[in-house]
Design a protein around this ligand. Structure first.
Ligand code: NAD
Ligand code: UFG
Length: 338
């Protein structure tokens, strides 16, 4: 299939490009490189030995999107492009609504213009909010607690309304849990442009000596060791979920959400211990106050993805930490572009 990938130079997008190309799909990336670099796409090209068409454009640029739709004529779109920092979304809500909502509207309008009827969307477990029960299944109430989470839920609703108006259209809403890990080549990985917000890239930077210690945000949660529990998913498994979602979109219509997680959860202390094992060195930690907005535990019920997409995670915690360590230790400054 010809697949247009918005945000394809980003962390999850770049890994997904490689999985798509490995399955014979043709790809075209639209990215404004606001949180990535064209260097990433060069690495994808050399790893895949394939063609990655790339257009530097903002997804809110309607004329640019129309040009790409006309020249590439995609049969499906995978929509990664967006802003993703939960804390920043409280400080810059208009930017988040603009990129995540206006951007989605511009994309759907451009797809409509050329009759492209399949979209795979990067949603998030944050659409659920404070758990009423765990593991979350897709029927769990939706009550996001951040601006970021609300943009994801609104975008899901927009795509659901779009499929209602277009009986032939399909929107696959992938609710990612916590993506971590890197490509086995150690040439593609997560490269935060600033101080990492997320746990795994922070631990990785402590392990290579770029930061003195990890602050554990709270050890007094109602969890077995007092630290937060999350369902971490290897980025390669996540990338493969998109390939499965494309097949699903080709044989179904309507909008459907899917949890994309492993169904297992690990604490912050579990992650630190696993990373120390992978890196063969200690990870110094300090206990810090809870981070505003954090919840104690999150875990996916990913049964629907297994049953309907035929997808399930195959990488374990050691794969996640070992691949992150391999990437970070081989690329001390990530892609070296910040
Ligand atoms: P990322 O920042 O690495 O990738 C996003 C890409 O989109 C970047 O290359 C960026 O340059 C591009 N982009 C941003 N705004 C754009 C715009 N206006 N026009 C064109 N390109 C633009 O993020 P990621 O971790 O790869 O996440 C991809 C998607 O998955 C995002 O939508 C994110 O919200 C969602 N998601 C991520 C996580 C996570 O923990 N990483 C969890 C759940 C959902
Ligand atoms: N944590 C620390 N110290 C840090 C960073 C994180 O102790 O320096 C803890 C957090 O308190 C939490 C756990 O590590 O208990 C995971 O935190 P992350 O920031 O890595 O991930 P979150 O679960 O907060 O959120 C992430 C993404 C969201 C996404 C969500 C989906 O940031 O965009 O996963 O579940 F929507």
């Amino acid at each position: 299939m010809r697949v247009l990938v918005t945000g394809g130079a980003g962390y999850i997008g770049s890994h997904t490009l490689l999985e798509l190309m490995a399955q014979g799909h043709e790809v075209c990336v639209v990215d404004n490189f606001s949180n990535s670099s064209p260097v990433v796409l060069d690495r994808v090209r050399s790893l895949s030995n394939g063609t990655v068409i790339s257009v530097e454009a903002d997804i809110r640029d309607r004329a640019a999107l129309d040009d790409v739709m006309d020249s590439f004529a995609p049969e499906a779109v995978i929509h990664f492009a967006g802003l993703k920092a939960v804390g920043e979304s409280a400080v810059k809500p208009i930017d988040y609504y603009d990129v995540n909502i206006t951007g989605t509207l511009c994309l759907l309008a451009a797809m409509d213009r050329v009759g492209c009827t399949r979209i795979i969307f990067s949603s998030s477990a944050t659409v659920y909010g404070e758990p009423v029960y765990l593991p979350y299944d897709e029927a769990h109430p939706l009550a996001p607690t951040s601006v970021y989470g609300r943009t994801k839920l609104m975008a899901e609703e927009i795509m659901t309304d779009w499929t209602s108006a277009r009986p032939e259209a399909s929107a696959v809403l992938l609710r990612y849990f916590n993506p971590v890990g890197a490509h086995p080549s150690a040439q593609i990985g997560e490269d935060p442009s600033d101080i990492p917000n997320n746990l795994m890239p922070f631990i990785a930077q402590v392990a290579v000596g770029k930061r003195p210690h990890l602050s554990i945000f709270g050890d007094d949660y109602d969890t077995p060791d007092g630290t937060g529990l999350r369902d971490y998913i290897h980025v390669i498994d996540l990338a493969r979920a998109h390939v499965a979602a494309l097949d699903y979109a080709a044989r179904t219509t309507g909008a459907r959400p899917f949890n994309i997680g492993t169904g297992q959860s690990y604490s912050v202390r579990d992650m630190v211990a696993a990373f120390a094992r992978a890196a063969g060195r200690d990870i110094p930690v300090q206990i810090a106050p809870r981070r505003a907005g954090d919840i104690a535990a999150m875990q996916a019920d990913a049964t629907r993805a297994a049953t309907e997409l035929g997808w399930r995670a195959t990488h374990d915690l050691d794969d996640m930490t070992a691949s992150t360590w391999a990437w970070q230790s081989a690329n001390l400054d990530g892609y070296g572009t910040h």
